[in-house]
Write a protein of this length. Structure first.
Length: 339
């Protein structure tokens, strides 16, 4: 009960990459970089275990960015000639690679990280992949000319890697789809179908993470423009409730998401965001347990998974470590209260 976990990313140590950035520059290269990535992964495995988390991730330490880390092993993408593009309906600009030909995998993408993670913890492990719609929104299309067609092409590749991750011993494959909160009608129309294609045939647990973004200024400004109630989830949750995906996330603590929207996910495990990623203020275990308690009005206790609102990548390492500790202790307190 209340198997706490993180949404995905964790900060990269200063000796591995630039800090406080979504697209950080690596501090090493070649074999030294490969070893540094695994060293950082081991650091965060231990930190998550020490914090009392039940489901452990790799913290995405081997990926420069949660989308681009997958794309690096995809043929048909030009990383040499990046272009500036508006992302998430032009909320912010980024330099992105271009799709210039038919998409295919050039080999395994995350075998090293997944097997390393499996070998270094006895707890359940979760591995994250970008969702098809979010990938489409984070690359420049110079080949397909159709967002839906390109999304399903990416879904095919994601499915290949997800099946391989399952064979590597991954217990939960999570697809990250922040674009679902931006293109709500498209998400309900074809985004969930593309997501299901990416998860097709998996026997392990499947999850989708849908958030309002990292705690960067562009996202904070956008959230401030959304008014007193954030009802974006209302558009896509019914489609996800009818889907084959097992777990669905939502932001909760310090958000303006009406808690009763959780009712739209009846029959699903719900990853409830109990840690704010847009503030350096450290939650107390009591605050975490209280947020879990409020969510229990709408989610059965056996289906509630305490989680972070989003990834912690842009935060400082010290703040992230403290928030992990609050997450673990708050989940433990909630278990005692529910006993």
């Amino acid at each position: 009960m209340f198997d706490a976990t993180v949404a995905g990313s964790l900060p990269k140590p200063a000796w591995l990459a630039e800090t406080g950035k979504l697209w950080p520059t690596w501090k090493a290269e070649g074999d030294a970089l490969a070893q540094a990535k695994l060293d950082a992964t081991l650091l965060w495995i231990k930190a998550q275990e020490d914090a009392g988390l039940s489901v452990i991730g790799d913290g995405e330490q081997s990926r420069q960015h949660f989308v681009h880390g997958f794309l690096e092993r995809v043929a048909g993408i030009d990383f040499e000639h990046k272009v500036e593009m508006g992302i998430r309906r032009d909320r912010y600009k980024a330099m992105v690679p271009q799709v210039v030909g038919p998409l295919s995998l050039s080999g395994r993408v995350h075998a090293t990280e997944a097997r390393f993670l499996r070998a270094h913890t006895q707890r359940k492990i979760k591995f994250t992949l970008p969702g098809p719609m979010t990938i489409v929104d984070t690359v420049a299309d110079r080949f397909y000319g159709d967002r839906v067609k390109m999304a399903f092409a990416f879904a095919e590749l994601l499915n290949q890697e997800a099946r391989a991750l399952e064979a590597d011993g991954v217990d939960i494959v999570q697809f990250d789809e922040p674009a679902f909160n931006v293109y709500m009608e498209e998400a309900a129309d074809w985004g969930v179908k593309a997501l299901e294609r990416a998860a097709e045939g998996l026997r392990c647990t499947t999850a989708v993470h849908i958030c309002y973004g990292y705690g960067i200024q562009a996202n904070i400004d956008w959230k401030n423009s959304l008014g007193d109630e954030w009802r974006q989830y209302e558009k896509v949750f019914p489609a996800l409730a009818a889907s084959r995906i097992d777990q669905v996330s939502l932001e909760c603590i310090h958000s303006h998401v009406p808690p009763d929207l959780m009712r739209l996910l009846a029959g699903k495990d719900v990853m409830v965001g109990v840690i704010d990623v847009a503030s350096d203020t450290i939650e107390t275990p009591e605050e975490v347990a209280d947020t879990i308690g409020r969510a229990l009005q709408f989610v059965p206790k056996e289906r509630l998974i305490p989680c972070t609102n989003c990834g912690l990548a842009p935060m400082s390492r010290a703040v992230a470590e403290a928030k992990l500790k609050a997450l673990g202790e708050g989940a433990a307190l909630a278990r005692r209260r529910a006993a």
